[in-house]
Design a protein around this ligand. Structure first.
Ligand code: SF4
Ligand code: MSK
Length: 664
């Protein structure tokens, strides 16, 4: 990353707004990123400030061998401790979100959250099955109480036992975790233990520290994040493909524009429902608007996009730019990835910024607190606030209106369904396509967009190059938003840009070559898909060793580090863009790459050059193919076994069989 050069966005609409902001002397994160050079010591993991004898900066030519903090801590200890604290914070963020989802499910099941219901009973039963909870013949709400209660145990279990969903991982993957002592016991416990171990004078062995980091990250991936995904599906529906649009053109000049931004889906769901109520629509008309337009930002966007086709304005770096369109009447923000800068910025426009979480407030913002017991009324109040603000809309603003079409909604359950219909859903066709060499491998392209690089540009570059190379891309979080704004999440993209094997597969089933799987917590869907591929047979019998790689080219959040670590511990080689937060220590870097790969078949690399990221990913994929004794990938040459079941074949199969509930 060029740390002191002002970057712009690779999304032309965003770049136009950034240019417009310059003419108006409005500051963005792109300006601040150019102004503020990262501290070169903190950036590399060489600064310790866990006690007040420091901060100790372990620098110098031979720092790794010679430098010591006042207490005697080595550079490797300091770098490992710093990473552990990042993992703890990231895991805490996803998992605290998950806790709220579990408490909401409990409240709904007990009839205490009257505005919500269990939308996807089949998913509830599926989850009950994972948890060994009897569901046949029982009232749905009783099953939901048991599911919520058992999942809540995963947060605070104090004595024997481990996180419930670890059992969903392949046996061999679990055996590796057991061997290295990283089966998480409970989510809160592992996070607290991270903070304890990294306090002054506790754990000083870098390897031992990092192993606990992996255990904590597994509590996030196979605990908090997976719990959040499942409960959100139970409450609001398991995603299936939906059409939608992305980028700033989603805002409407003649309608009330209300944006939902942050991470938790519950209030956003209520807002989506409230916005189609006649009374509120009439109220909007009475204020001169033609309707109420809900748009999303960051991961709340992904949640309502996946389930309702609500359009997304984009990822993290688009939040200030969205306000600069001058078209947003109100933006609600709950938790995570919200720039405090938007509160001041909104004052220069007419936009109301509304904080909604009891956990997060911003000076200068309006606060309307969410309460699940009264969810719809609060949503209505927010919609009314946006409507009341519509007449205050001024002419000022960039009024940029480009947008791109997209298809989102690829849940684990839908991916299973699309490979055989309601009755024969499986992962066999996907595994066969990989074995035949039609699909070279799979990449999870995830993580944030970042103003220190041409924002969204690294996602665009890698997505394009990977699909050209017949690599199926699955995306989440702001990586998905980056691909969406570029117009990549369409079946047409496969026809125009995918390699011949991937194109054939996408054409047969009418899917894009990049499958949008949801928000950041929905990276857990990638874990369950990989587990299903292992169970299906023909590839690796564990997640490790699959021709699959994780990439987060523009990461910035501690949550991304937690995700990268649980992917690595689960068996994915992971490559992050940008600089390494542990680069000061060769020992820690070696542990996270070579040593983790030996133990878990996963690794976490940092590589700022996107071309090298691509080359590394393809090398990992090709090496895995070779180790699995699959045919060598050659573009355009593959064996002629059946492709994934096409639409016509699937319809035939369904006609012939008895009706069944839903997609799974
Ligand atoms: Fe310095 Fe040790 Fe205190 Fe860290 S814990 S700030 S290295 S004295
Ligand atoms: S929102 S963590 S900027 S992906 Fe999930 Fe985007 Fe990164 Fe936040």
């Amino acid at each position: 990353m060029e740390k002191d050069k002002k970057q712009t966005s690779a999304n032309p609409s965003a770049a136009k707004i950034i240019q417009w902001a310059e003419t108006q002397q409005l500051e963005t994160c792109f300006d601040r990123a150019a102004k503020i050079k990262p501290c070169p010591i903190g950036e590399t993991g060489a600064c310790c400030k866990v006690c007040h004898m420091g901060p100790c900066r372990l620098v110098g030519k031979n720092a790794e061998e010679e430098a010591r903090g006042v207490c005697g801590a080595t550079l490797s200890t300091v770098a490992a401790r710093n990473l552990l604290r990042m993992i703890a914070a990231g895991s805490a963020a996803h998992s605290d979100h998950a806790r709220d989802m579990a408490l909401t499910l409990l409240a709904v099941a007990k009839g205490e959250a009257k505005d919500m219901k269990i939308t996807d009973v089949k998913k509830l039963y599926r989850v009950a099955g994972y948890l060994n909870i009897e569901f046949e013949g029982r009232p749905v709400n009783d099953v939901a109480v048991d599911v919520a209660t058992k999942l809540l145990d995963d947060f605070g279990r104090q004595r024997s036992g481990t996180v419930n969903y670890l059992q969903r991982a392949p046996k061999k993957t679990r055996e590796r975790w057991e061997k290295w002592g990283i089966m998480p016991r409970s989510i809160d416990r592992e996070v607290v233990e991270c903070m304890h171990r990294t306090a002054i004078g506790v754990d000083h062995d870098p390897d031992h520290l990092l192993l606990h980091g992996l255990r904590t990250s597994l509590a996030d991936g196979w605990g908090g994040s997976m719990i959040s995904t499942d409960i959100t599906d139970i409450l609001f529906g398991t995603p299936m493909p939906v059409k939608a649009e992305a980028s700033f053109g989603i805002f409407k000049e003649d309608e009330v524009n209300l944006v939902v931004h942050g991470h938790e889906p519950t209030l956003a769901e209520m807002i989506v429902e409230a916005s189609s109520e006649k009374e509120l629509l009439d109220y909007a008309v009475s204020k001169g608007a033609k309707g109420i337009n809900i748009g999303g930002m960051c991961c709340t966007a992904n949640e309502v996009l996946m389930r309702h086709g609500i359009p997304t304005a984009g990822g993290f770096t688009n939040q200030e730019l969205g306000i600069m369109t001058g078209l947003i009447d109100a933006i609600t923000v709950d938790v995570q990835c919200i720039m405090p800068a938007i509160a001041d910025l909104s004052k220069k426009f007419h936009t109301h910024v509304i904080t909604t979480s009891p956990k997060a407030k911003m000076q200068g913002a309006m606060h309307i607190e969410y309460d699940e017991h009264n969810a719809k009324d609060i949503a209505r109040k927010i919609v009314r606030t946006a409507i009341d603000n519509f007449p205050n809309r001024k002419k000022e603003g960039s009024h940029v209106t480009d947008k791109a079409p997209l298809i989102a909604g690829f849940s684990h359950e839908y991916i299973e369904y699309m490979q055989g219909g309601r009755f024969r859903g499986s992962f066999r066709p996907l595994n066969d396509a990989i074995i035949a060499g039609r699909i070279r491998g799979v990449v999870g392209l995830a993580g944030c967009d970042n103003p220190r690089v041409p924002s969204t540009g690294l996602h665009r570059y890698l997505a394009t190059e990977l699909i050209k190379q017949d690599v199926l891309v699955v995306s989440t979080g702001c990586g998905s938003a980056a691909c969406a704004s570029a117009g990549y999440l369409t079946p047409e993209n496969a026809l125009e840009n995918a390699g011949p094997g991937l194109k054939e597969v996408c054409e047969a089933i009418g899917i894009p070559p990049i499958l949008h799987m949801g928000s950041c917590v929905d990276n857990s869907r990638i874990l369950t898909v990989a587990s299903a591929m292992a169970a299906e047979g023909g590839l690796s019998d564990e997640i490790g060793g699959m021709p699959a790689v994780g990439i987060a080219p523009e990461w910035m959040s501690e949550k991304a580090i937690a995700i990268g670590c649980y992917f690595a511990a689960s068996g994915f080689p992971v490559i992050f863009g940008g600089s390494s937060p542990v680069s000061a220590s060769k020992e820690v870097t070696k542990l996270m790459t070579e040593v983790w790969f030996e133990r878990f078949k996963g690794a976490l690399h940092f590589e700022p050059d996107p071309e090298k990221v691509l080359a590394m990913a393809l090398e990992y994929i090709d090496n895995a193919r070779e180790a699995l004794k699959l045919r060598k990938y050659e573009r355009g040459k593959f064996s002629t076994e059946k492709v994934l079941m096409d639409m016509a074949a699937r319809r035939e199969l369904e006609k012939a069989a008895k009706p069944h509930m839903g997609i799974y």
